[in-house]
Design a binder for this molecule. Structure first.
Ligand code: TNX
Length: 767
């Protein structure tokens, strides 16, 4: 399905695992010294531990099985042997939770740990040194001495199984991968609009109805038609309570805590399809098939007392299944519209003396927290739970950037950092040309690796409230197990190092070196992964009327080759060494070359349009949204035309018109103005209804030279770039003013109908 998956074999040397490598452990241990010599593990090896420490037994079984899988050897346990792996629990020697000491020498392997987690993680370090799949080779572990412990206690991976359901085997594999890289918290998103995935004995309809939908998986998420009565809901699935218990136990052995997320009070269209009485309108609805929300209720009615009874019953069953001290209650993206129109919700606002619907949400969340706390658990929710007042003991998961997390830490509340950039692994990691379709964004491996979870805004006292961080893997665009693997590998390894290793141990170049061994292991195990971001970044530098272009690639040990004549670059095209001067309208095409091979599926291609405004200063009435700044404030005049992907190139404006004035620096003769704009229906971006162009000699008195109307339908769903062009008799001007009139809201029938829309523009071409 994704070409990239099949190219991986070319890039990785499978022989890398023949020799054990102490310096290949990910995440990098706190300290490790390698010594000369090897310890051999075979059928004579015995694990020795104090049998009264019964809690270690599951880790012992785990290790025995792991060794058996790769070699066929059956390790002995607590039998006399000269070839020992000794396990010792000692909190004094290694005070850090989950920490361990590992020594491998002529006497054998000795693991000393603070707790179960430390024993298990020392075993993971040993296993990383051994072959990753079944082998007849000797199992040799290099002599070494390591002390290791985590920097953060919440080292998380999230997985959204509502949007697409994967099933127990995929979840177990995910937990295995987490365990291998010492990640300890699995945030399991089990409830959302498009599927309810956990059996609740008291309300069987939640899964009988809410877990199944009409299958439109062949279409892009936002374009999936809503279900029609009579169509068969054949796609979906859910976890029985028995399966959940088994998975929880499986995770426990691997030192992974599962934090279940039972989303509320929004994002619950699946529950409402099953039990319409839970919504404000109480009207029946069919399970959602994708991202079109029109005529759907997706909130609980929080005015209705019965809702609270329902939630408490659901949470009681959830709490009985999951030993986790945290229960995640979602709380994100609640559209308050339905509550404004609901008599019960309004009555509740009055009765409780609340100011507005934000406080109503806060009232709801606080009530749910009281219930969770009464069950001796802690509540965690997305950062929207800050709005209208934070519940007294809540932990905040900061996803809309770090602002919510910073605010919560300053209020002395615990925080888990999951900012969209770089923690959303549903975003692109390369390309996007040649990559599997993703929701948007660009979180490359390096961006993840460079992440620092403690924001500079927090002092050292406040920083203690940051428990750690987590990657979120939202499922709208992730339809298969293969794609899921591809999205998390290798970014999960970068995150693991961010969360485990001391900041000063991090090193991007060395991380890449170590990664090669892990890629070889993934390959042997048949896991799909991205070999790295080989994309060539083409960065125009427009200054003082001159245009140069810088090329770079994230990957280490590679060179860049390029052409400017339109031909496809090859391994002997010009080697890039310094920014290229662009003197005429031309196309730069560039590739990354590593070990004599072109690493890109598609070369980076960038056309440059020379025109009279290159490098000119742009002044906006209101600045573009900070997430859509393209290359900088002068992106409209950098000679680079926006392309079909919305994450780059374009200046994006939310709800507002675009109004910009360009100063050419001196009077120039011009007769044509072009403003490029894009419509990307699925991203809520629409073409402006009209673009007006004006010119001036003095920057004060402007004359209109064109008013161009849009002729493309707001319902056009394919990404469409339109040039708004004004031609006029040649005029000598210094200033140009352009105004694009925004549609302001998403059109009828769109998933975001009536909600604010975006307007995107790139390049104002002046000729
Ligand atoms: C926002 S992150 C959501 C999810 C979507 C995700 C897509 C969050 C708390 N809510 O429902 O799946 O964006 O990236």
């Amino acid at each position: 399905m994704f070409l990239r998956f099949f190219t991986i074999t070319l890039c990785v040397l499978t022989s890398l695992f023949t020799k054990a490598q102490t310096n290949s452990i990910i995440p990098k241990p706190v300290s490790l010294t390698e010594q000369n010599g090897f310890f051999t593990i075979d059928n004579n090896t015995s694990i020795q531990y104090n049998a009264t420490h019964k809690n270690i037994a599951p880790a012992v079984d785990f290790f025995v099985n792991a060794i058996n899988t790769i070699s066929g050897y059956k390790l002995k346990v607590n039998s006399p042997s000269k070839n020992n792996i000794q396990l010792v629990l000692d909190k004094k020697l290694i005070p850090q939770e989950e920490g361990y000491q590992l020594s491998i020498n002529a006497q054998g392997i000795k693991i000393t740990a603070n707790s179960y987690g430390g024993i298990f993680y020392a075993m993971q370090s040993v296993l990383q040194l051994l072959p990753q799949t079944r082998t007849n080779a000797k199992l040799i572990a290099p002599y070494m001495q390591a002390t290791d412990y985590p920097r953060f206690k919440w080292r998380g991976m999230h997985m959204d199984e509502s949007r697409h359901f994967f099933g127990p085997e995929v979840v177990k594999q995910y937990i295995d991968l987490m365990a291998m890289y010492k990640l300890n918290t699995f945030h399991w998103h089990l409830v959302d609009d498009q599927g309810w995935r956990i059996e609740i004995k008291k309300y069987p309809a939640l899964t009988e109805i809410g877990a199944w939908r009409v299958n439109h998986n062949d279409k892009v998420w936002g374009n999936r038609p809503q279900a029609i009565a009579g169509e068969q809901p054949t796609y979906g699935g859910y976890y029985t309570q028995a399966q959940i218990k088994e998975i929880v136990a499986y995770a426990q052995i691997r030192n992974v805590t599962i934090v279940p997320e039972i989303e509320m009070p929004g994002h619950v269209a699946s529950a409402i399809a099953a039990m319409p009485e839970l919504s404000c309108t109480q009207l029946p609805q069919l399970p959602m098939t994708g991202g079109i929300y029109s005529n759907m209720s997706s909130n609980y009615c929080v005015g209705n007392e019965a809702t609270y009874g329902f939630i408490e019953n659901v949470l009681s069953e959830v709490i009985a299944l999951f030993p986790s001290s945290y229960i995640h209650i979602g709380g994100d993206e609640v559209d308050k519209g339905p509550w404004k129109k609901c008599a019960r919700c309004q009555a509740r606002i009055k009765k409780e003396g609340l100011q507005n619907e934000e406080e109503l949400q806060s009232y709801f969340i606080k009530r749910v927290e009281r219930f969770i706390v009464s069950k001796k658990r802690k509540m965690i929710g997305w950062d929207e739970i800050l709005e209208g007042g934070l519940a007294p003991e809540a932990t905040v998961m900061s996803w809309r950037g770090e602002t919510g997390g910073i605010a919560a830490a300053k209020m002395k509340h615990d925080v888990v950092m999951t900012p969209g950039s770089p923690c959303y692994f549903d975003h692109y990691q390369a390309g996007p040309e040649g990559e599997p379709l993703a929701i948007g964004g660009m979180n490359t491996l390096k961006i993840v690796y460079d992440y620092e979870p403690i924001p500079a805004e927090l002092n050292s006292e406040e920083a203690k409230y940051v428990l750690g961080a987590q990657a979120n893997v939202w499922g709208e665009y992730i339809t298969t197990k293969e794609q899921l693997e591809y999205m998390v590998l290798p970014r999960m390894l970068a995150l693991a190092e961010v969360l485990w290793s001391p900041k000063e141990n991090k090193n991007w170049v060395k991380f890449n070196e170590r990664l090669k061994y892990h890629f070889a292991g993934f390959e042997q195990k048949g896991l799909h992964f991205s070999p790295g971001n080989f994309t060539v970044e083409v960065k125009p530098i427009a200054e003082n009327g001159k245009l140069t272009v810088a090329l770079s690639s994230e990957i280490t040990n590679a060179s860049i080759r390029y052409t400017t004549d339109g031909s496809l670059p090859n391994t002997s095209s010009t080697l890039y060494s310094a920014p290229i001067q662009i003197n005429a309208s031309q196309v730069v095409k560039a590739v990354t070359v590593q070990n004599g091979k072109i690493m890109n599926l598609v070369p980076a291609t960038q056309a440059f349009a020379m025109h009279s405004a290159i490098g000119a200063t742009v002044k906006y009435v209101s600045a573009p949204y900070k997430g859509y700044m393209a290359g900088g404030i002068n992106a409209l005049t950098d000679g680079v035309r926006g392309k079909n992907t919305v994450g780059k190139f374009w200046h994006g404006f939310y709800e507002n018109n675009i109004e910009a004035t360009i100063d050419l620096g001196a009077e120039k003769n011009i007769s044509k103005l072009t403003l490029g704009c894009i419509q990307s229906y699925r991203d809520w971006i629409f073409l402006p209804t009209a673009v007006r162009f004006e010119v001036s000699k003095d920057g004060l008195n402007f004359t209109e030279v064109g008013n161009v109307l849009n002729d493309i339908s707001v319902n056009e769903q394919a990404n469409t770039i339109k040039d708004f062009i004004a031609t006029f008799p040649q005029t000598s001007v210094r200033y140009i003013r352009v105004k694009a009139i925004a549609t302001r809201v998403c059109p009828k029938g769109h998933g975001g109908e009536g909600k604010p829309s975006w307007t995107f523009a790139d390049e104002l071409v002046v000729e």
